[in-house]
Design a protein around this ligand. Structure first.
Ligand code: ATP
Length: 364
């Protein structure tokens, strides 16, 4: 099937869905005078899988609820598919925004069967009964719930109920899917399975997806781009690799992944690289621009390696098995504690030699 003829589970052409991006500008929402969402600008491309990642209480859900139309902004504007749905004192109600939403709580109708729960939403998209039934069947198949179609929600496990909520979202006619931690209540195995399924369904449907999570692993696995939020503000928007390798500031560096941050002085800058002196050690690192004074250098575990002839030595303070690799914390006199991965584990307290092969000078 070519792109031109590709069809989503609900019969909508992929092209139709691809025309719907989401953008917010200067978006602000206050509760009791305190900004939960604080002057945010974001643009989600049509068809993109975009994650908003941040700690509890940073304003992620409020942002999603604003886009859905469940909250009214105090300032700023929201545009969906080229249409301004909120701003300048105007607010289009949720049902006219062309979005479907999955919440942390599944909000299923207890008196309806699994099939009816999904079909109800599919029909609300303005389709014929027959088309809605086909979309419902396809969505239940996608979340592996076909055998449970006639059950009531009360006779399902929590994870199965969550999958019904997901199927409802998939079966809706919406061009834009809004998901608030939809995998939060699943066990790790089912989470993995559903992550794969979400990615597959997204590829097939092309629906623009705005996905909220506090789980960086999940965001990294699913998103084409991630916005990292803290205290109502967006700290950085980037693809997962850039967020990990080149965080914009210390807060993002500490929130995403592991690593150590050490002080140094930039001796030289050339193109995309720099030589930074940390204590008595010169390290070749990546850096976006020349900098005077003290700089802060992020050393990810992959930047550091055990080496019998390495120039540095330190004492192992912690060893953690991370499934396939040991993570060591090694204390060095000048650098402080650095982390690295190793195939074999020295004993805690042992002195090891190591080398630093790279790093990233934090821009801010
Ligand atoms: N209806 C409300 N009334 C008052 N305060 C609210 C309301 N909704 C959210 N808040 C506050 O706004 C801030 C952001 O909340 P929000 O639910 O958006 O965060 P979150 O990042 O989604 O958190 P979590 O991951 O825990 O769900 C919090 O301080 C919260 O207490």
């Amino acid at each position: 099937m070519t792109n031109a003829t590709a069809r989503a589970a609900d019969g909508t052409s992929v092209e139709a869905r691809h025309t719907h991006g989401v953008s917010v500008a200067g978006l602000t929402k206050r509760f009791a005078g305190k900004a939960a969402v604080d002057d945010i600008d974001l643009s989600v491309a049509p068809g993109e899988f975009f994650c908003v990642l941040g700690p509890s209480g940073c304003g992620k859900s409020t942002l999603l609820r604003l886009v859905a139309g469940l909250e009214t902004p105090d300032a700023g504007a929201i545009t969906i598919g080229g249409q301004e749905v909120a701003g300048r004192g105007r607010s289009i109600p949720p049902e006219h925004r062309g979005v479907a939403m999955v919440f942390q709580s599944y909000a299923l109708w207890p008196h309806m069967s699994v099939f009816q729960n999904v079909a109800f939403v599919a029909e609300a998209g303005g389709r014929s009964r027959q088309d809605a039934a086909a979309a419902t069947a396809a969505a239940l198949e996608a979340v592996a719930l076909t055998p449970f179609a006639e059950r009531k929600p009360a006779a399902l496990s929590g994870g199965q109920q969550q999958r019904v909520a997901l199927a409802r979202c998939l079966a809706s006619n919406a061009r834009v899917l809004l998901m608030d931690e939809p995998l939060a209540n699943l066990d790790p195995h089912l989470r993995d399975v559903m992550e794969t399924e979400l990615a597959r369904v997204h590829r097939a449907s092309g629906a623009t997806t705005l996905y909220i999570t506090h789980d960086q692993r999940e965001a990294m696995a699913l998103a084409s781009r991630i916005a990292v939020m803290d205290a109502g503000r967006v700290l950085q928007v980037a693809d997962p690799v850039t967020l990990y390798r080149r965080p914009a500031n210390e807060a993002v560096a500490r929130f995403i992944g592991r690593g150590a941050i050490v002080d140094g002085t930039m001796m030289r800058h050339d193109g995309d690289g720099a030589l930074v002196r940390c204590g008595a050690l010169d390290i070749a690192v990546a850096a976006d621009r020349p900098r005077a004074g003290t700089v802060r250098v992020l050393l990810r575990p992959a930047d550091v390696r055990l080496a019998g002839d390495g120039p540095l030595s330190g004492r192992v303070t912690r060893v953690t098995w991370r499934g396939g690799v040991f993570e060591l914390v090694v204390a060095h006199e000048a650098l402080g504690e650095v982390q690295l991965h190793a195939a074999t584990a020295p004993a805690v307290g042992e002195t090891v030699r190591f080398a630093v092969d790279g790093g990233w000078v934090l821009p801010a």
